[in-house]
Design a protein around this ligand. Sequence first.
Ligand SMILES: CC(C)(COP(=O)(O)OP(=O)(O)OC[C@H]1O[C@@H](n2cnc3c(N)ncnc32)[C@H](O)[C@@H]1OP(=O)(O)O)[C@@H](O)C(=O)NCCC(=O)NCCS
Length: 171
Amino acid sequence: MSLFERFGFARSAVRVGAVGVQHASRLAEIHASAFARPWSADEFASFLLDPSVRVDGLFTGREPQPIGFVLSRKTLDEAEILSVALARAARGRGDARLLMADHLQALAHAGVLVVHLEVEEGNAPALALYRRLGFIQSGHRPGYYARPDGTRASAISMTLRLGGETSAPAS
Ligand SMILES: CC(C)(COP(=O)(O)OP(=O)(O)OC[C@H]1O[C@@H](n2cnc3c(N)ncnc32)[C@H](O)[C@@H]1OP(=O)(O)O)[C@@H](O)C(=O)NCCC(=O)NCCS
């Protein structure tokens, strides 16, 4: 069973597609809608030109600009998800799972065996998304993130094994 099938999808008006430097401004816009420390279009352009980085976009129908993206960096047989975000209007519809599953499938095809990420402790939608995909907690870093209001938040480190035997994700 493919990872895509393993994560199970019934419907979608959205699709996952390639993104390029022509999408850098849109990616920066989506990122700015999600995170307190936005990455610039130039930073996204650099990522998009980096062969160790993979970026996938979530698109609606034939719309040319993405409504979401996931970006990871591969090192040998491991990868780290550096960012994933959907435009505000696109959140809460379950589409991030499609984007992530497609991305993880591509990483597996590229020889990645283990995927790492970090998420803020209070980010319930992200934690639920990752757990459903089969990520498990591998660490906890108290006070890792600085919030705009000056307070700090803990980071949860999570890991997903793509190779060999894996436990089935929650249904
Ligand atoms: C995180 C993000 C990509 C998730 O995408 P999404 O399309 O909104 O996610 P979904 O609608 O698939 O919801 C994911 C899960 O969170 C749950 N969820 C959604 N909102 C929730 C909330 N406020 N509290 C608890 N759970 C919530 C959903 O029920 C779903 O769980 P389920 O699959 O078990 O039903 C999106 O919310 C986003 O872009 N957030 C801003 C950027 C961000 O935080 N990125 C992650 C950084 S690590």
